[in-house]
Design a protein around this ligand. Structure first.
Ligand SMILES: CC(C)(COP(=O)(O)OP(=O)(O)OC[C@H]1O[C@@H](n2cnc3c(N)ncnc32)[C@H](O)[C@@H]1OP(=O)(O)O)[C@@H](O)C(=O)NCCC(=O)NCCS
Length: 165
């Protein structure tokens, strides 16, 4: 399984005010495996994400049959601190369920995950990547704007549940 290593400047708990050195904690970006499922659902819930069709274990197993290399996890000291469920439909890349553990916001982890996802999408041939963000989610909107994403105010999302057809 492919994984990437990054440095994250999290100060160690042992540091005192007299100690200026910041210990570098290694952030690993790796691909999701189904053994991560419970921990990821917990992260999604903690992050306030709205879970829906396709997010149950069965749905995620199906997703892994398609593009498992786009479901990425960020780990620090074996703890899952962030995740993004990327997808490629053959024309566009998609960013779903991006979540960084609340205590670890604003440390560049979301940016690192999206950068890695974009890199993988470009390799597949994607020329555009989209994300769907609730209008009330200002935090997420500001995050995507900071990463160079345009907001399409004139677009409305349309969806339909297919179970039962
Ligand atoms: C949105 C989210 C993923 C951002 O993750 P993060 O790791 O905190 O973001 P980063 O530290 O990589 O931030 C990158 C840039 O985005 C911007 N940004 C991030 N959070 C921001 C906020 N709350 N307000 C304004 N700008 C913000 C900043 O410009 C930042 O760059 P800087 O650190 O150089 O200033 C995180 O807030 C989150 O998990 N939110 C809850 C779940 C969610 O809403 N997910 C998105 C669903 S569409």
């Amino acid at each position: 399984m492919a994984s990437q290593r990054f440095s994250s400047g999290r100060p160690s708990a042992e540091l005192t005010s007299a100690t200026i050195t910041t210990l570098t904690v290694e952030l690993i970006i790796r691909e999701f495996t189904i053994e991560d499922y419970e921990r990821i659902v917990e992260l999604w819930k903690q992050s306030g994400l709205i879970l829906s069709a396709g997010d149950d274990r069965e749905g995620i197993v199906l997703k892994l049959q398609r593009d498992p290399d786009l479901f990425l996890i960020a780990e620090e000291e074996q703890e899952i601190v962030a995740a993004v469920l990327g997808a490629w439909d053959g024309r566009r890349g998609w960013i779903n369920h991006l979540a960084v553990q609340p205590s670890m916001h604003k440390r560049g982890i979301g940016r690192m995950l999206i950068n890695e996802l974009e890199r993988r999408l470009v390799i597949k041939g994607a020329t555009k990547v989209n994300a769907q963000v609730y209008k009330w989610n200002k935090e997420s909107l500001e995050f995507f704007k900071a990463l160079g994403y345009d907001v399409h105010e004139d677009l409305i999302m349309i969806g339909k549940h297919l179970k039962g057809i």
